[in-house]
Design a protein around this ligand. Structure first.
Ligand code: ADP
Length: 404
């Protein structure tokens, strides 16, 4: 039988403790609504989770409903470079179980739990003994999983789950808010950008119907329709790419690969465009380059964008030099051209979405999205991209990736 004189103060102490924790949760989660930057927001959520659950570390895995992918996004104990891109399978993982069952889970002996996948442990060398997984749901939509790992004293309890459920609910609203904000911003810009090709298409279609239009004019109008609809197509697919990257839904699948064949392939893809303008493409690879550890398809996308720009914005008879080399901490791929260049005034804006320089607009059609997509990809891989240029003489775009 319990002794009332001792159990009451103990219960009171526990209650007071919980109250203090909930007060702290309210205090901390007030800040969640203050940012519209997804990374900042996710970092705040995991820091609060660590503090409230007295865990060693916390992470967030985002879920993409359209592809059913669950991928590591932020964690308190690893660099983004290490974890970004780790895909966690829905089958055979604790986070996957949380997504499938839409329920929280406490595991106090991870290695003896059949659902534990060990994928993250293998990739990071970080030992997990206990963990809690909490679904992050907004209006029935599964946004991801919040995980806390290794309780620093005792074991995780249902009290920890309760408080983390409240944090995850606040967090899910904040995540959805940042996504909606960026989406509406992006949609407004897209609609604006769609107007020009749509107006040209409309005008060309109208002209085609006029009886006085000659056969030659008709064929020119058909050419315009083809060009503008292909531009519309490019714009929409680039827009979708950017929207995925901006909302954190883009999945990065890192592998180890040689950069050489990727550069060959990109050069081959722009060769006919280059030949039309007598542009010479040359590559120079440092001997014994290490393998790159990144998402191969995304690196190809970045290089194709840079190399095709170096041809598009070049002079007739110009040159393009693609180089790959290493510095002590970096793997660098640069694309240098002898083209129209970028004025110092325009340079800060070329990585902004939909921005095109006045000279670029005159030189070739484009969407103004390629460089912003490239920057997002490279930053997601823990690197950066920069440009040096002399107007009228040429530009060099360099991708810097961390060497691990
Ligand atoms: P797009 O080429 O579709 O317009 P990008 O985002 O790839 O979109 O490039 C944005 C703008 O930056 C281009 O419109 C052009 O004005 C400028 N630009 C990009 N690459 C070069 C280059 N190699 N030389 C000169 N200007 C460039």
């Amino acid at each position: 039988m319990s002794n009332p004189t001792y159990s009451l103060p103990l219960e009171e102490a526990a209650l007071r403790d919980r109250l203090r924790q909930y007060k702290r949760l309210i205090e901390l989660s007030r800040d969640l609504a203050l940012t519209l930057n997804l990374d900042t927001l996710l970092r705040r959520i995991i820091n609060i989770a660590v503090e409230l659950s007295e865990a060693e570390a916390a992470s967030i895995l985002l879920y993409d409903e359209s592809t059913c992918h669950l991928h590591f996004r932020n964690s308190t104990n690893f660099d983004e470079q290490v974890t970004n891109g780790i895909n966690v399978p829905l089958e055979g993982s604790i986070a996957g179980w949380v997504v499938t069952n839409r329920q929280p889970v406490i595991v106090n002996d991870a290695h003896n739990d059949p659902r534990f996948s060990g994928i993250v442990e293998k990739a990071t060398n970080y030992h997990t003994s206990s963990l809690i997984g909490i679904p992050m749901i907004y209006k029935d939509r599964m946004l991801g999983v919040l995980e806390v790992v290794n309780k620093t004293r005792d074991t995780f309890t249902t009290d920890d789950v309760d408080i983390l459920m409240v944090l995850a609910a606040h967090g899910a609203i904040a995540i959805q808010n940042t996504r909606l904000f960026h989406q509406s911003d992006l949609i407004a810009e897209l609609v604006h950008e769609l107007r020009t090709p749509l107006t040209s298409l409309n005008a060309a279609a109208y002209m085609l119907e006029q009886p006085e239009v000659s056969a030659e004019q008709r064929s020119q109008l058909a050419g315009t329709i083809q060009k503008e609809s292909s531009r519309l197509n490019d714009l929409v697919s680039a827009y979708l790419d950017l929207a995925r990257l901006e909302s954190g839904r883009a999945v990065f699948e890192p592998t180890q690969f040689d950069i050489g064949p990727i550069i060959d392939e990109c050069i081959r893809l722009v060769e006919s465009m280059a030949a039309e303008n007598e542009i010479r493409l040359v590559q120079e690879l440092e001997p014994n380059l290490p393998m790159l550890s990144a998402d191969e398809k995304k690196i190809r996308q970045v290089l194709l964008n840079l190399i095709s720009n170096s041809v598009k914005y070049n002079h007739k008879g110009g040159n393009v030099l693609v180089r790959a080399y290493t510095l002590p901490e970096e793997f660098i791929i640069s694309v240098e051209d002898t083209g129209i260049g970028i004025s110092p005034d325009a340079r800060p804006y070329v990585f902004e979405k939909f921005y095109r320089t006045p000279e670029g607009e005159k030189a070739a059609p484009g969407t103004g999205l390629g460089l912003s997509i490239s920057r997002r990809i490279v930053e997601n891989l823990g690197g950066h991209i920069d440009v040096a240029s002399r107007p009228g003489e040429g530009s060099t775009f360099s991708v810097h990736l961390p060497l691990r």
